[in-house]
Design a protein around this ligand. Structure first.
Ligand SMILES: [Zn+2]
Length: 168
């Protein structure tokens, strides 16, 4: 096949972020299933923005909710027993986006391996933390539980995307 982008015939099988695609060896144009190409594009964006690809789907969605401001996002570090989470503040007094987020969470929790919750705390202002609820203290969370919760992130992102009808 010839590359659609540059016309060169040097298009070969390639693995990008673990996905099998075909790649033009001259201009780097990728060919493959549209869902995989979309995924690769997202991972490239994550890299550019310096956000860990694990948390990127949630980070990017929540950052698109008009009155949410992401304070910090953590992809989770199983070996250090740190769970994935995103903390955010709400820029005005309207809580309807939060309500929608919680509704999406309730739906997502029917499919996720770990139960997810939004914790409210106070650090100079109200701070909301989307995180897995392990029901016990952090010292007793297993490495495996954290790895499992990281796999939930895509499921959560999908529910939130549908709920807010966010268009990319
Ligand atoms: Zn090309």
């Amino acid at each position: 096949m010839n590359c659609k982008s540059c016309g060169n015939s040097n298009v070969a099988d390639s693995i990008v972020y673990g996905y099998s695609v075909k790649e033009c060896q001259v201009c780097g144009y990728l060919y493959g299933e549209s869902t995989i190409l979309k995924k690769i594009e997202e991972l490239n964006k994550a890299k550019e923005m310096g956000i860990d690809p694990v948390i990127y789907p949630l980070h990017t969605l929540l950052s698109k909710v008009a009155n949410f401001k992401i304070e910090y996002s953590c992809p989770g570090f199983p070996k250090e027993k740190i769970a994935p989470y995103i903390s955010f503040s709400i820029l005005d007094s309207k809580l309807n986006a939060l309500e929608q987020l919680i509704q999406a969470l309730i739906q997502a929790n029917k499919k996720t391996k770990v139960h997810w919750m939004v914790e409210v705390t106070f650090q100079k202002q109200l701070l909301y933390i989307l995180k897995p609820n392990f029901h016990h203290d952090p010292y007793h969370i297993s490495v495996e539980q954290i790895s499992i919760s990281q796999k939930d992130i895509e499921i959560l992102a999908k529910e939130i995307e549908e709920k807010f009808q966010i268009v990319f």
